[in-house]
Design a protein around this ligand. Structure first.
Ligand code: NAD
Length: 306
């Protein structure tokens, strides 16, 4: 059986070595398609693959049509909005992600960006501290939980809004459950966004929510740019000169926002949350193990298109 690793942006060499070892031990064949420059290369490589491991690579209906033997796609990472789930289901292909493998990396970046924001982008002026401040987590999933762990160490008061997470899970972690998104924004000095991009969440964060934040509020987005209503964000930053927005998911209007709001906004040049050696290795190897578990034993614990 052939396992294709199709990565326009390749894994670190040490991660590829780990993947190679897992696949070799299972007796399967590994094919690497790295830094491919055209979709035709991907269409050709998937033709005889039984499994595909990807990163941010797009798996759409055309790729699935070309992949006649494909049984499983594993997205090494958390977000899987680059895979057409409906088309995969229609083709009988299992789609999995590798939850939790990069969440500490993303959580640490949240703090890197938050400190930078409250220290005025290190411009030499006096800033504020995070200890004793209120942090609201919009979603209490893998990343949110890691942010909470670090925030407690920093001495912050942490609350979270996640309608799909039972209150007792948060309470057990010492986190205050909040039951509306409006309450989350109104009651926190920092709000950190950790929701997936879904039809329900896309463009759901705009002027009304952002301007609910108290004076000096800092909004941090390491989730997806699509969850922001960019026009609303622009208006909110215009109306409230005390607010800041820092993101690892660059908005489409990044240049305009930067020109208009200067040091009150910050965007990483490209998505960097999961860009650590540890996360890269963890996610790649987890993906290889999940492929083997499924092809050999039918285990589909992390299937996202059930
Ligand atoms: P996760 O699946 O573990 O958690 C997502 C959480 O969102 C779940 O607890 C779910 O109940 C909750 N949720 C869903 N809809 C919600 C809503 N409308 N309101 C509040 N909560 C809601 O995912 P994760 O690993 O924590 O990742 C979170 C986000 O971060 C995803 O969008 C992912 O794509 C993104 N991410 C970005 C990077 C990066 O490099 N910047 C890396 C990893 C993950």
């Amino acid at each position: 059986m052939k396992v294709l690793v199709a990565t326009e942006k390749p894994f670190a060499a040490v991660a590829v070595d780990g993947i190679r070892k897992v696949i070799a031990e299972s007796g399967y064949e590994l094919q690497l398609l790295e830094k491919y420059s055209s979709k035709a290369d991907l269409l050709g490589a998937v033709a005889d693959a039984d499994a595909v491991i990807i990163r941010s690579d797009v798996i759409d209906a055309e790729v699935l049509d070309a992949a006649k033997r494909l049984r499983i796609v594993v997205r090494a990472g958390a977000g899987y909005d680059n895979v057409d789930l409906a088309a995969a289901t229609a083709h009988g292909v299992v789609v999995e992600n590798t939850p939790g493998q990069n969440s500490n990396a993303v959580a640490e970046l949240v703090f890197g960006m938050a400190v930078m924001a409250v220290r005025n982008m290190y411009n030499g002026t006096s800033g504020t501290e995070m200890k004793g401040k209120r942090l609201g987590l919009q979603a209490y999933g893998q990343v949110g939980r890691n942010v909470a762990r670090i925030a407690k160490g920093v001495g912050m008061e942490v609350s979270a809004y996640d309608p799909y997470c039972p209150d007792d899970v948060m309470v057990a972690d010492g986190i205050k459950p909040v039951h509306s998104v409006e309450e989350l924004y109104a009651g926190n000095d920092f709000v950190s966004i950790h929701i997936p991009a879904t039809p329900e969440t896309k463009k759901s964060i705009g002027f009304d929510l952002i301007t609910k934040m108290p004076k000096g509020g800092v909004l941090i987005n390491t989730a997806r740019k699509e969850v922001i209503d960019e026009e609303g964000l622009d208006k909110a930053l215009e109306a409230r000169a005390d607010l800041k927005y820092v993101a690892d998911v660059k908005p489409d209007s990044a240049e305009e926002l930067k020109a208009r709001f200067g040091d009150r906004v910050f965007f990483t040049p490209k998505k960097m949350g999961a860009q650590t050696a540890e996360a890269n290795i963890n996610a790649g190897i987890a993906a290889a193990r999940q492929v083997v578990d499924y092809l050999r034993d039918g285990i589909n614990k992390y299937q996202v298109n059930k």
